[in-house]
Design a protein around this ligand. Structure first.
Ligand code: FRU
Length: 552
């Protein structure tokens, strides 16, 4: 670890320097994983003339920088190469659809194809002269500033391609505009969008994919079966900077998507992550038969600090994503390849965490670790009844003072804690009795929080606390937490991955060997740690310049 760069990560994806935002066009091709990303080669802040950075990997853990796949170069993208996706054609060839900012500063959709499909690294891409393929115009009522981020395309029963593009109307109706094509080059806008929702504003980076209703295997984007799958529509809401998803049905005859429950209005749709997380995108890994999710985790520091340290932006650790047995939520879990980084392991079994206690987890590199813990709470009847006004979990987490005893919890982990506890980030649960006795399914409410308020002595960072409810029943299930700690990022998976919270922290003291890890229980009732496993994680090769064929 470079002492001048305490916030660079050991195993989270980042370029050697400069600005990165959205993950673009993830895929596996000839056994090589590819990740493209919105990259500003000129500095640590976003710039409209952004390019497609490119890295490759054999295991999704270690990455090699490749030259940018493409830069602004032609009238249809001369002012920027914005986000987009890869589609693998039936002949096995990958094609990129991406948003270009054209010579008039309009958003248009373009195509890029590999120059040499026998190169598994796909180092060179070309832009066919046909570009742009889709343009906004007054006739189709699309605003040229709100027309971007094409998804992976899928094949319909008629053999035609479909793709959606994010948009919104002037009166804030968010839209997934649908286009169809027979040959992938000539695209026609369908009269109806795939889906829309009033008063949600611009939909950025939509993602639309099938999930199996019977297990955790992934489903290829074009595959369809009437009874075996559901569809997921994810949108990144520009107005809130969060990624929301719904689970529903895709009617292939009408080419419309119908969510099972409501959508984002009134905040009713679940989020992929309740912390810092945006512009996520999935792809289907046909080798390991799984769907993998990437998401952009931006900084919580002021831009001047980003410029100083010379970089900005991380990708979350890649997550496997699938439909929970209940059919009501998605589950996410770090891809299994993370285990190749595991070193020293510490295990606890059946450890009682007495009311008010804090126990240190000794023996792992606490600044770069993987921690799994499951709690069992016995005296559930001692839980406080949740206040009817406490509907917003982030608010409860922000107001809950850890020093105030309140029945069941807070209990959880304190990570990136300094030697004298001047700094720490706490990831914890609180259990309440439901106040809704008409609903027998929700006897208890489990709250998960990630509290950054004490994470750094530096007061200039955004230290907002995050929170969400976890869909588990503590009378039958253990309360589980997995947390990935990596210097300046804390990625937490509650309830087996049904609730995820990612945060960025910038400790001044809890750095390297001066970082500590604890389990704690500040509640008035004791809690059992059924098991706790913590691993030191080795550093991955992440775009190491000395390993890279491409030096800027
Ligand atoms: C999302 C986004 C996309 C756009 C890209 C530009 O973060 O605003 O809508 O294509 O970033 O970098």
């Amino acid at each position: 670890q470079d002492l001048n760069q305490p916030y660079r990560t050991g195993y989270h994806f980042q370029p050697p320097r400069n600005w990165m935002n959205d993950p673009n066009g993830p895929m596996i091709y000839k056994g090589i994983y590819h990740l493209f990303y919105q990259y500003n080669p000129y500095g640590a802040v976003w710039d409209v003339r952004i390019v497609w950075g490119h890295s490759t990997s054999v295991d999704l853990v270690n990455w090699i920088s490749q030259p940018p796949a493409f830069n602004p170069s032609q009238p249809s993208d001369i002012n920027g190469c914005w986000s987009g996706s890869v589609t693998i054609l039936p002949n096995g060839k990958p094609v990129i659809l991406y948003t270009g900012i054209d010579q008039n500063k309009s958003q248009v959709q373009n195509v890029a194809v590999p120059v040499n499909v026998s190169d598994p690294y796909l180092r060179e891409w070309s832009k066919p002269p046909r570009n742009p393929l889709m343009t906004p115009n007054a006739v189709n009522g699309i605003n040229p500033d709100r027309f971007r981020d094409p998804t992976t395309a899928w094949l319909g029963p008629d053999g035609e391609w479909r793709v959606i593009v994010g948009s919104s109307t002037d009166d804030r109706r968010g839209l997934a505009i649908l286009y169809k094509s027979k040959d992938f080059f000539n695209w026609t806008q369908s009269t109806n969008p795939l889906h829309y929702e009033d008063l949600t504003g611009m939909w950025e980076c939509p993602d639309f994919f099938p999930v199996s209703i019977t297990g955790s295997d992934g489903v290829e984007t074009s595959s369809f079966s009437e009874n075996g799958i559901k569809h997921v529509l994810k949108v990144s809401l520009f107005e809130t900077s969060h990624d929301y998803y719904t689970i529903g049905s895709y009617n292939r005859e009408k080419d419309v998507y119908v969510p099972d429950l409501g959508f984002v209005q009134n905040g009713s749709a679940p989020r992929l992550d309740y912390g810092k997380y945006y512009a996520s995108k999935t792809f289907y890994d046909d080798v390991k038969k799984r769907r993998i999710l990437w998401g952009w985790v931006n900084e919580s520091s002021p831009a001047k600090d980003d410029i100083n340290k010379g970089w900005s932006g991380l990708q979350s650790f890649p997550r496997k994503i699938w439909l929970d047995e209940s059919g009501k939520q998605l589950l996410q879990w770090p891809i299994e390849e993370i285990e190749t980084l595991r070193g020293t392991q510490v295990n606890w079994h059946n450890q009682v965490l007495k009311a008010g206690s804090t126990l240190q987890v000794h023996g792992v590199t606490a600044a770069q670790a993987d921690v799994e813990v499951s709690f069992k709470v016995k005296e559930l009847e001692k839980a406080d009844v949740i206040e009817p006004s406490w509907a917003d979990p982030q608010k409860i987490c922000s107001e809950g003072d850890l020093s105030v005893n309140s029945g069941l919890g807070p209990f959880g982990l304190m990570v990136l804690a300094s030697n004298d506890m001047e700094e720490y980030t706490s990831v914890y649960f609180r259990i309440f009795k439901s106040n809704d006795d008409t609903n027998k399914n929700t006897k208890y409410v489990v709250l998960m929080c990630s509290d950054q308020s004490r994470s750094s002595l530096n007061e200039e960072n955004d230290k907002s606390t995050f929170g969400a409810f976890v869909a588990i029943d503590p009378s039958h299930q253990t309360v589980s937490l997995r947390t990935l700690i990596d210097h300046s990022i804390v990625e937490s998976y509650g309830g087996g991955g049904g609730t995820c919270i990612t945060s960025r922290v910038y400790p001044k003291l809890a750095i390297g060997e001066n970082a500590n890890l604890f389990a704690f229980n500040k509640g008035t009732q004791s809690v059992d740690v059924l098991s706790l496993s913590a691993w030191s994680l080795k550093s991955a090769q992440i775009n190491d310049e000395s390993m890279s064929p491409f030096i800027e």
